[in-house]
Design a protein around this ligand. Structure first.
Ligand SMILES: [Ca+2]
Ligand SMILES: [Ca+2]
Ligand SMILES: [Ca+2]
Length: 422
């Protein structure tokens, strides 16, 4: 009774004398101060720790809980003085909105109104804080939560990076599929496959407003090797198509591709065997460009040491026409139906040797003859299933500027250009 009397007395005094009201305190801060813990200093400004259980309203109408509100804040909530294990959070209104643009569950929401959406309505399952932007509820990152739609999905332009995979070797890459006509709306996560041991996944996200690209993560251990393709059925944003990837690089009309390799000058065998699983000289997923080294190129001159070879790298027959012009010879065939794995050589052998200089001595020449049959280049025009490519093959032996033949290397340059639109 006694303490109540004093409190009421103090309150009355406060009200009369200073137009300030204190509850549980004779030393109110601001115009209204509840000292929940009744622990504030009787005079002076209470410490931050003493204010931890206070509710204060200032003369400007700002409110502070756990603190005298900062001058810049209309409302300050401060839990910094509460011990770890006893701290608290801000709990906003929790509602179950029915749609991204629901303006009736909360009638006429004010611009910037903030609520926590429970996501319990089947028509609007997003869980989290959302604010009203005047026309729709958006999460704090500002994206739209309307159902995402697109007007076209272009699987024909799907790309895979890295371009190729090898059976039995774990693969991780990205399949990109462009689209247009996006409404900036949201789409759910997807998992497609596995197809040929590969699974495509897409985390939930938002379409762009207009054109954009979907980036699926592709991972797994493939059961097939490129250029054998993998086809993922894609359905998103109201559009569906089949994305076929894994064929390898497909040149656009006019586009060049450079293939560069180095290998020992003494190696005998196929270039692709020497390079191994990263060998990528494959055109249109069908025609592998290979070189068959039949002898060491560590010779002076006059020896044929390799032959270019066109290989069917696909699992179906391919039809091939070619005409080859080397700097020594010329060859051609038409209407060749190559079986899967089958090959056709484009010359009777290409001169490749170390040539003039520096295997027993390093002597600059002032003048020399024009030819010694140590170097040759071949251009192959080839049509594969109706697409014309031009391939230029240039292999050199580099003696690395010393007189030791054992370190000599071959440098392989192959350039392929697609010469036709179809
Ligand atoms: Ca207090
Ligand atoms: Ca020849
Ligand atoms: Ca050398």
């Amino acid at each position: 009774m006694k303490s109540k009397f004093y409190t009421i007395f103090a309150l009355a005094i406060g009200t009369l004398s200073f137009a300030q009201v204190g509850i549980n305190t004779q030393n109110p801060q601001g115009v209204f101060n509840i000292d929940g813990g009744k622990n504030n200093a009787v005079t002076g400004v209470p410490t931050a720790a003493q204010l931890a259980d206070d509710f204060i309203v200032t003369t400007s109408g700002s409110a502070g809980i756990g603190a005298i509100p900062d001058a810049s804040a209309i409302l300050e909530l401060n839990v910094s003085q509460l011990a770890s294990g006893s701290q608290k959070g801000f709990l906003g209104p929790r509602v179950a909105l029915t749609a991204y643009n629901d303006a009736s569950t909360i009638p006429n929401p004010a611009l910037g109104l903030l609520v926590y959406n429970l996501g319990t309505q089947a028509t609007f399952t997003f869980k989290g804080y959302v604010y009203w932007d005047g026309t729709q509820w958006r999460p704090l990152d500002g994206r739209s939560l309307q159902t995402g739609t697109i007007s076209s999905l272009r699987c024909t332009d799907a790309t895979l990076s890295p371009l190729t995979y090898t059976a039995g070797t774990p693969y991780q890459g990205t399949m990109s599929i462009p689209y247009s006509g996006g409404n900036a709306g949201v789409y759910g996560s997807q998992t497609i496959g596995p197809v040929n041991g590969l699974t495509a996944t897409l985390p939930q996200g938002n379409f762009a407003q207009g054109s954009g690209t979907l980036n699926y993560t592709v991972s797994g251990t493939p059961t097939v090797s490129s250029p054998t393709t993998t086809t993922f059925p894609i359905s998103i944003g109201g559009q569906s198509c089949s994305a076929t990837v894994g064929v390898g690089k497909v040149l656009a009309p006019g586009e060049y591709q450079f293939f560069n390799y180095t290998l020992p000058a003494t190696y005998v065998g196929l270039l692709s065997t020497q390079v191994g699983g990263t060998y990528d000289a494959i055109l249109g997923g069908k025609l592998k460009l290979d070189l068959n080294f039949n002898a060491s190129s560590n010779q002076g001159s006059g020896a044929v040491t390799y032959n270019p070879r066109l290989v069917n790298a696909s699992s179906s027959n391919i039809k091939v026409w070619y005409s080859a012009l080397s700097s020594v010879d010329r060859f051609r065939r038409s209407n060749v139906l190559l079986a899967p794995g089958g090959y056709m050589e484009t010359d009777n052998g290409i001169y490749l040797n170390w040539g003039d200089n520096m295997n027993s001595s390093s002597t600059p020449v002032a003048a020399t003859s024009s030819s010694d049959d140590s170097q040759e280049i071949e251009t192959v025009d080839v049509i594969v299933d109706g697409i014309w490519y031009r391939i230029i093959v240039f292999v050199s032996v580099d003696n690395l500027n010393d007189t030791d033949p054992s370190n000599n290397i071959r440098r392989v340059f192959m350039t392929a250009q697609r010469m036709s639109a179809y």
